[in-house]
Design a protein around this ligand. Structure first.
Ligand code: HEM
Length: 451
């Protein structure tokens, strides 16, 4: 009986404390303003203020008027834009416990893309997949993949030598080839590969599904089927190889062989399938870079591939610099604005690797690659990306001369650095001349045998 009384007293005080806590927070937060931003309209909020093209540039401009943290609303959904490294660090890193969620987008689960832990909520499901992924892509795991990187870079050099005009395809093939080999032991020589097609198509559909359109249910179902195929086809390929005693070593093979968890192996296999699938989906569509040289830092700074990283979301109410940030707010780190901050990077649109050098020619201390995002959701493939690009740039620049092409009159054709709009910002097609530096190099590449 006594213990029942204690239990009752304990429960009542716990409830009271919770109510007082909520009231206190309500009182504290309800008096506080949202961060500054354009004035919302009735019901639609700032819907018509948000540009459909390259919004990061508009938000950078807004920063001059409203400051480094900007608040907008669309149909009651709060959106916070972070234009400074300081705000991104304070919130996404120092307060990571409440800033590591992703905005909930029903379309992601309807199309089957919720297998990808880059898009799912901050949860045990995310934690488990991220941990497993990290084990195989952490900094000290990368040297083991170097032979694959080098073999694939040799393919790139051969491609550049035989059909230099197709350089964009060769580079795209390189990133797909590296991840398919690392993850599944699948060796591709051209981009014309069934696994690559599946990923590209599934990715395209995810983007299309964000646009309004008719017959949505069929579209979502078809995309779901495609995403399933994208995950299953290379997975089944590895299992089949294992059964036949054939195939090459790969991360997935290692995971399957080491399937030593206490859970049923089917459930565990699903996790592995998701983890392998995300690496593959993330890598097929991005071009990657590294941090140890001024040129790498500048490429990343000058045109960030994901100008908003991947949006974060809050899991609790918060107060920052006297402003109220409600639970469930979508948070956009505006990497573009941070990387184009004139006080840090004078003349920010100019491509100038030397801005990362001190007067004595040594690298300066500005080594944070903003392009990989922030906090607990920071890109988990960054070391792999880093290593690949380093090896690629060094290999290409030491063997080829790259220059502008010339017209019939011999005049150089200028290259306009135009980037496609979208979640991933790719350069639009352009021409350039790529020729081996001399005949010895030409012969070396022609006669190169696989490592
Ligand atoms: C230059 C190449 C790359 C860039 C610029 C890049 C950038 C990013 C960014 C900005 C994010 C979001 C970070 C955030 O939410 O704050 C991210 C997440 C992620 N990236 Fe990368 N990435 C690259 C290459 C790769 C590669 C090669 C892989 C796989 C091998 C990969 C796997 C992932 C995954 C799985 C996530 C989700 C992390 C999570 O939500 O916990 N990325 N990446």
């Amino acid at each position: 009986m006594a213990s029942a009384d204690y239990l009752l007293a304990f429960s009542v005080s716990a409830v009271l404390l919770a109510v007082v806590g909520v009231l206190k927070r309500w009182k504290a937060t309800s008096r506080l303003p949202f961060p500054p931003g354009p004035r919302p309209r009735f019901l639609v909020g700032n819907l018509f203020d948000i540009p459909t093209e390259m919004p990061w540039i508009t938000y950078t401009e807004w920063g001059k008027q409203y400051g480094n943290i900007i608040h907008v609303q669309v149909f009651g959904q709060h959106i916070l834009i972070l234009n400074s490294i300081k705000a991104a660090t304070e919130l996404l890193e120092k307060r990571a416990t409440i800033y590591s969620d992703r905005p909930s987008t029903p379309i992601v689960s309807l199309t089957g893309w919720d297998f990808s832990f880059s898009l799912i909520p901050y949860s045990d499901k995310w934690r488990e997949r991220r941990r497993l992924f990290h084990q195989h892509f952490r900094r000290d795991a990368i040297p083991a993949y170097r032979p694959v990187y080098l073999r694939k870079i040799q393919d790139l050099l051969r491609g550049l030598l035989s059909t230099p005009v197709d350089f964009a395809t060769h580079i795209k093939t390189l990133s797909a080839a590296i991840i398919l080999d690392t993850m599944y032991g699948h060796d591709i020589k051209t981009i014309d590969d069934r696994f690559v097609h599946l990923t590209e198509e599934a990715g395209k559909r995810l983007t299309e599904s964000m646009l309004p359109g008719c017959n949505f249910h069929k579209f979502a179902q078809d995309t779901r089927d495609l995403v399933d195929k994208m995950k299953n086809a290379p997975f089944d390929f590895v299992k089949q190889n294992m059964r036949n005693g054939s195939g090459r070593p790969s991360v997935l093979r290692e995971l399957l062989e080491r399937n030593d968890t206490h859970r049923s192996s089917r459930e565990q296999e699903e996790v592995m399938k998701d983890v392998a699938g995300i690496a593959y989906a993330a890598a097929v569509d991005t071009v990657r870079i590294n941090a140890h040289q001024p040129m790498f830092r500048e490429v990343f700074r000058w045109r960030p591939i994901l100008p908003f990283a991947i949006p974060h979301a809050t899991t609790d109410d918060d107060i920052y610099e006297g402003y109220y940030i409600p639970k469930g707010t979508t948070v956009l780190p505006n990497i573009w604005a941070m990387a184009h901050d004139e006080s840090m990077y004078p003349n920010p649109d100019r491509f100038d690797p030397e801005r990362f050098l001190n007067a004595d020619g040594q690298l300066n201390a500005d080594d944070q690659i903003l392009g990989f995002g922030f906090g607990r959701r920071v890109c988990v493939g960054r070391y792999a990306a880093d290593a690949t690009v380093w090896a690629t740039i060094v290999s290409v620049l030491s063997t080829f001369d790259i220059a502008k092409t010339k017209d019939e009159t011999g005049k150089e054709i200028e290259i306009e650095p135009v980037f496609a709009d979208g979640v991933v910002s790719h350069p639009k097609p352009f021409q350039c001349s790529i020729t081996p530096r001399n005949n010895i190099i030409r012969q070396l590449i022609t006669n190169m045998t696989d490592l």
